[in-house]
Write a protein that binds this ligand. Structure first.
Ligand SMILES: [Zn+2]
Ligand SMILES: [Zn+2]
Length: 189
């Protein structure tokens, strides 16, 4: 197993969070435009705890998303700095907890801390785990030139190249097939 279960869950949530920003909806809109969008995202990710449901909360979460998007493909030093900043800003104080059917994992804020701080510390701890384990190269950008999504590669041989947000693997497969066909159909000589 590459990551502990809670780290894997947190990294998947983080990738999904970042990918709300790239317009994968049918209408190509940002996936976190309203507090209702945020409700849906948090429910989908089973992210519990208190909310204010204010415009300020949404703004803070969207700001956090931009910071985390940069960190996803950053180098080791940048990830270390970013993680430390996120933990410092949220005044992180780790404790082990167990709740809502999740087994033991770390929380770094009180249950009453603002949503953006709870999301920030969860992401920061997962990034710290990937950094410590030498697994940052599993956090990648999608290889499709038409796509700005991120992906988490959990394959044994680190072979995942395309995101899961749309149709990237399929599209690139068709593209390379057509290229091969075109090459083959050129007259010899
Ligand atoms: Zn938890
Ligand atoms: Zn993609």
């Amino acid at each position: 197993m590459t990551f502990t279960h809670d780290t894997e869950v947190a990294l998947k949530t983080l990738a999904a969070f970042i990918n709300t920003g790239i317009g994968t909806r049918p209408d190509r809109a940002d996936g976190l435009l309203t507090t209702g969008d945020l409700d849906d995202f948090l429910a989908e990710q089973r992210f519990s705890g208190p909310r204010t449901r204010t415009a300020g909360e949404l703004r803070a979460v969207r700001h956090l998303r931009t910071r985390l998007q940069r960190l996803w493909t950053a180098d080791e030093e940048q990830v270390a700095d970013g993680v430390n900043q996120l933990l410092r800003n949220a005044r992180a104080l780790p404790r082990v907890v167990r709740h809502d059917g999740w087994s033991w994992h770390l929380h770094c804020t009180s249950a009453a801390a603002p949503l953006e701080d709870r999301m920030a510390t969860e992401a920061a701890m997962a990034l710290a785990d990937a950094l410590r384990g030498g697994e940052l190269d599993r956090l990648r950008a999608c290889a499709s030139p038409d796509c700005s999504a991120v992906l988490l590669d959990l394959t044994r041989n680190r072979s995942k190249r395309y995101c899961d947000t749309g149709n990237c693997a399929n599209r690139e497969h068709v593209r390379s097939y057509r290229t091969r066909q075109a090459t083959r159909q050129k007259p010899a000589g």
